[in-house]
Design a protein around this ligand. Structure first.
Ligand code: AMP
Length: 594
C-alpha cells in the first residue's frame, strides 16, 4: 500500500506542476525565453543580433519583444554552418554557451535527408519529464499495477559514431535509451521494460524484435501495456510475429535461444532471463497462436498479454495509415496516442488518454522551449506561387493563439536553436488552463506538386484512404504506400505506390486508381487534370516486402527503427530504384477521360 501511495504521489506531483505552469503559460514562456537568452547570449549566433542589448538587466517582456523583433526566423539550412562547425570541433560558444558534446540525427524520413541537431542533458531531462507527465495522465485513466512490465518495441542505433573532432552523433532515441534518465523513468514510474539494454541497442532490428517478443511472452502475465515510439514499429513487430511465433514458443519450451540471434551480448542478456524451460507457457502460447492464425491474428495483443490495459504509441500524423492494422492486433484494448515532439524539442503531451487516437490533441508544455506560431491561411486558386500552399501572417506568441487557426511551429530551444521553423502544421483546438492544445495536421512541406497543384501529406493520406476502401471488396488490405511526382516526361503526373496483402483483381485496382485520381480536391490539381497539363495518375503495385526493403535502406543509412516514418513522397533515387524494381503491375487512371 505504501508504494501505491508513492505512485499516486509522483502522479499527483507532476500533474500539479503541469497545471500550475499551464495556468501561467504566457508568463512562463516569457521567463523561459529569458532563461534561454541569459544562458546563451554570449554564443556567436546570438551576439550578431543582440550584441548591443543589456540582456542581464532587461525586463523579461522587453527582452521578448526585442528578441522577436531582431532575431530572424530560420530553417535548419540557415543553422547548418554553425552545426557543421560544432561537428568539426569548434571550441568557441557558437549556438550555446556550454559546448555541445552530442549531435542528434533526426529520422529524416519525412524530409528525405537526415539533419543534425544539437542535443544536451536538457534534452534527456525533458524526455524524462514528458514521459512521466504522460504516464501520470495514463495511470489516472488506466490504473496500472505497480512493479509491472512494459512490452516496448524500442530500438536504438548501434552505439554512437563520432565526428572527426570527437563529437558523438546518434539518434535522439539512442541518446535517451543510453541515458540515466531512461533508467530513472522506469524506477520513478515503477514499471520496467521487458528487454534489457543489450536487446534495445543491438543495432540489428530483426534480432531486437525477436527478443522483444520472446521476453514479452516470458513476462506475459506481468505486462501492463504495449508500446513503441511510433505505431509503425508495433505493426512491424506483430507482422513479424505471424511468421516467427513457432520459433519463439520453441525457445520458451526449451529455455533456449534461437541460434539466429547471433550477437553475443544479446544472447547473454536474454539467456540470463529465459534460461529455464517453460513447457506450460509454451503450450498455452502455442494453442492461442494456432487459434489466432485461423482468425488472421485478430486481437493477438490481449490474447497473449491478458493483463495489458492499453496500447500506447504515436498514432497521429504519418502514423494514421497503420491504425487499422494496429486496431486489428489490439482487438478490444484501447489505443492511446503518444505525445508530440521532435529531435529538436518536446512540444506537447496527450492529456486525454481515453480519446481515440484520431481525436488526440497535445497540450504544449510551456517550460520546454519558447514557442511561436506562424498563422497559416490556405491559399485560394489563382495564386501562382507553386512553392507553398499557405499565406503566412507574422508569428504570434503562445499566449496569442486562437482556436480553429492553423499554425506552423517555431522553436527557440535551450539547445541552441533560435526562431527555428520546425515545419509542422498544427491546429489549435482548445486550451488546458492557458496553454494551447494542438492537433497535428501535417508536415508543412508540399509533397506532391507538378505545376500549380499543391498537395500535402494529409491530402495524399485522404486520397489513399478513399482509394483503398475499395480493396475491402476483395478482403485485401493496404500494407503501406508512398508517392512521387514524376516530371521526367511531359505532362508530369503523380505516381502512387501500394503494397497490398491479399489477392485483388485488376478490375478493382483500376477502380482504386481512378478513385484516387478523382479524389484530389486541390483546385490546382483538378484544373490541371481537366486540361491535361497533369497526366493520368499512375498506381504501381509493388511486391510484398518492398516497404520492408525501404525501411532497411534507411536503417542501413543510420536511421533508427524507433524513429522510422515511411516517406509519403519521395524523390530519393535509391528509393525510386527499389520501387521501380519491385513494381509488379501498373494502372493509369481514366478519371478525367481515357
Ligand atoms: P524526428 O525528426 O525524427 O525527431 O521526428 C519528429 C517529427 O515527427 C515531428 O516534427 C512530427 O512531424 C512527427 N511527430 C512527432 N510526434 C508526433 C505526434 N504525436 N503526432 C504526429 N506526428 C508526430
Amino acid at each position: 500500500m505504501s508504494s501505491m501511495g508513492n505512485i499516486n504521489g509522483w502522479c499527483e506531483n507532476i500533474i500539479y506542476w503541469f497545471d500550475e505552469v499551464s495556468e501561467r503559460a504566457g508568463q512562463v514562456q516569457t521567463q523561459t525565453l529569458r532563461q534561454i537568452l541569459l544562458q546563451n547570449f554570449e554564443a556567436e549566433y546570438l551576439k550578431q543580433w543582440l550584441e548591443d542589448a543589456n540582456i542581464q538587466e532587461m525586463d523579461a517582456n522587453a527582452l521578448e519583444s526585442l528578441y522577436t523583433r531582431v532575431v530572424p526566423l530560420v530553417s535548419h539550412a540557415d543553422l547548418e554552418p554553425y552545426i557543421q562547425r560544432i561537428a568539426d570541433g569548434g571550441k568557441e560558444p557558437l549556438l550555446t554557451k556550454e559546448p555541445i558534446k552530442f549531435l542528434s540525427l533526426s529520422s529524416g524520413t519525412t524530409e528525405g535527408r537526415q539533419k543534425l541537431v544539437p542535443f544536451t542533458q536538457y534534452s534527456s531531462k525533458t524526455t524524462l519529464q514528458i514521459f512521466k507527465l504522460g504516464a501520470a495522465y495514463r495511470s489516472r485513466a488506466y490504473p496500472a499495477r505497480e512493479g509491472g512490465r512494459i512490452l516496448e518495441f524500442i530500438y536504438s542505433s548501434k552505439g554512437f559514431t563520432r565526428t572527426r573532432a570527437g563529437i558523438k552523433v546518434g539518434t535522439a532515441t539512442a541518446h535517451y535509451y543510453a541515458s540515466d534518465e531512461f533508467k530513472l523513468k522506469q524506477q520513478e514510474t515503477n514499471s520496467f521494460t521487458c528487454s534489457p539494454e543489450a536487446v534495445i541497442s543491438s543495432g540489428n532490428y530483426k534480432q531486437s524484435t525477436y527478443c522483444h517478443l520472446l521476453l514479452g511472452i516470458h513476462y506475459s502475465d506481468q505486462v501492463e501495456f504495449v508500446t513503441s515510439t511510433f505505431a509503425y514499429s508495433i505493426v512491424q513487430a506483430f507482422t513479424t510475429f505471424e511468421e516467427i511465433w513457432r520459433e519463439i514458443t520453441n525457445d520458451i519450451k526449451q529455455g533456449k535461444l534461437n541460434p539466429g540471434i547471433s550477437i553475443q551480448s544479446v544472447r547473454e542478456a536474454v539467456l540470463d532471463i529465459v534460461f529455464r524451460p517453460n513447457p506450460n507457457l509454451a503450450t498455452r502460447v502455442q494453442s492461442i497462436c494456432e487459434e489466432l492464425e485461423e482468425n488472421d491474428w485478430l486481437g493477438v495483443i490481449p490474447k497473449l498479454w491478458p493483463n495489458a490495459k492499453y496500447v500506447y504509441s504515436i498514432m497521429t500524423g504519418a502514423m494514421l495509415p497503420y491504425l487499422t492494422k494496429l486496431r486489428h492486433y489490439a482487438g478490444d484494448l484501447p489505443l492511446v496516442g503518444g505525445d508530440y515532439g521532435s529531435t529538436e524539442s518536446w512540444i506537447g503531451v496527450n492529456l486525454d488518454p481515453l480519446l481515440p487516437p484520431e481525436k488526440v490533441t497535445f497540450a504544449v508544455v510551456p517550460t520546454f522551449s519558447y514557442f511561436e506560431f506562424i498563422p497559416l491561411h490556405r491559399q485560394v486558386l489563382g495564386s501562382n506561387s507553386a512553392a507553398d500552399d499557405f499565406i503566412e501572417d507574422d508569428p504570434v506568441p503562445l499566449s496569442h493563439v486562437k482556436i480553429g487557426q492553423e499554425y506552423e511551429i517555431v522553436l527557440t530551444t535551450f539547445t541552441g536553436l533560435y526562431r527555428y521553423r520546425l515545419g509542422d502544421v498544427v491546429e489549435v483546438t482548445g486550451f488546458h488552463k492557458n496553454t494551447p492544445k494542438l492537433n497535428f495536421v501535417c508536415r508543412r512541406k508540399l509533397i506532391l506538386t507538378v505545376n500549380i497543384d499543391k498537395n500535402t501529406e494529409k491530402d495524399l493520406q485522404l486520397v489513399v484512404d478513399k482509394g483503398s476502401r475499395i480493396l475491402k471488396k476483395s478482403k485485401a488490405e493496404l500494407v503501406d504506400f508512398t508517392s512521387h511526382a514524376d516530371v521526367s516526361n511531359q505532362p508530369g503526373h503523380y505516381v502512387i505506390y501500394w503494397e497490398i496483402k491479399g489477392d485483388v483483381e485488376d478490375r478493382l485496382l483500376e477502380e482504386c486508381c481512378k478513385e484516387m485520381d478523382a479524389s484530389f480536391v486541390d483546385q490546382g490539381y483538378v484544373v490541371s487534370r481537366k486540361c491535361n497539363s497533369i497526366g493520368p495518375l499512375e498506381l504501381c503495385i509493388v511486391d510484398r516486402g518492398t516497404f520492408n526493403k525501404i525501411m532497411e535502406n534507411f536503417i542501413a543509412n543510420g536511421a533508427s527503427l524507433s524513429q522510422f516514418k515511411t516517406p509519403r513522397c519521395t524523390n530519393n533515387p535509391a528509393l525510386l530504384k527499389i520501387l521501380s524494381l519491385c513494381t509488379a503491375k501498373r494502372f493509369h487512371s481514366t478519371a478525367y477521360g481515357p
